[in-house]
Design a protein around this ligand. Structure first.
Ligand SMILES: Nc1nc2c(c(=O)[nH]1)N[C@H]1C(S)=C(S)[C@@H](COP(=O)(O)O)O[C@H]1N2
Ligand SMILES: [Mo]
Length: 199
């Protein structure tokens, strides 16, 4: 089986096992869509936990960081994949740089509105393909897709890509987030079909 997956990847197959490509942009989440003041004065992003300098950023600050535009494929654990998805945002490395994560920080917990969280290893969060996006295909994120800022971690199942991101916590131990507590995989590699924790 492992050989089969590796072979599929080498042959240029961009769709992980048991995923179906969609050209729509499905909306998927637990809880409510938050709404903010137009000037986003009621929004901030906190970087905390195992960091040298905990920081609270305003949206203006995020917009003043060097922006990146990337295109990637995203894979939802419920079975849809979307290819060539365009995002504008800032690289995760750029965002957390000034907070100076400590060497003992091994995991990141992403905190979204309403206490929703998800967990992943630091090196996956800081991978060069990971970003915090404020726009999708040239337009600001819509409320249902995570406005004003969402994580985009394309190499893991898309539930790790927290919408309505408000906090980035660095931790020593891995700590199950919302879906992970409900049986989803702690890591979630779509190529290995790590959908549930018993996979
Ligand atoms: N805050 C928050 N972010 C979330 C979720 C959620 O429930 N809450 N669901 C995740 C899941 S399961 C998926 S597939 C994607 C869906 O993103 P989309 O609605 O923009 O397609 O958001 C992820 N981010
Ligand atoms: Mo999902």
């Amino acid at each position: 089986m492992y050989f089969g997956k590796e072979k599929a990847k080498k042959n240029g197959d961009r769709v992980p096992p048991n995923q179906n490509v969609t050209t729509t942009f499905p909306v998927l989440h637990h809880g409510n869509i938050p709404f903010y003041k137009q000037d986003l004065s009621d929004w901030n992003l906190n970087i905390f936990g195992l960091v040298e300098n905990p920081i609270t950023y305003s949206f203006t600050h995020i917009q003043n960081l060097a922006a990146v535009t990337i295109s990637n494929d995203i894979h939802c654990v419920t079975g849809w994949s979307k290819l060539d998805t365009g995002w504008e945002g800032v690289s995760t490395l750029e965002v957390v740089k000034a907070a100076k994560p400590l060497p003992e920080a091994k995991y990141v917990i992403l905190h979204a509105e309403e206490g929703w969280t998800t967990n992943l290893p630091v090196q996956d969060f800081l991978k060069e393909t990971s970003l915090l996006a404020f726009a999708h295909d040239g337009k600001p994120l819509t409320p249902e897709h995570g406005y004003p800022l969402r994580a985009v971690i394309p190499h893991l199942y898309f539930w790790k890509s927290a919408k309505w991101l408000r906090g980035i916590e660095f931790t020593k131990e891995d700590r199950a987030g919302f879906w992970e507590k409900n049986g989803y995989h702690m890591y979630g590699d779509p190529w290995e079909e790590q959908r549930f924790s018993f996979d």
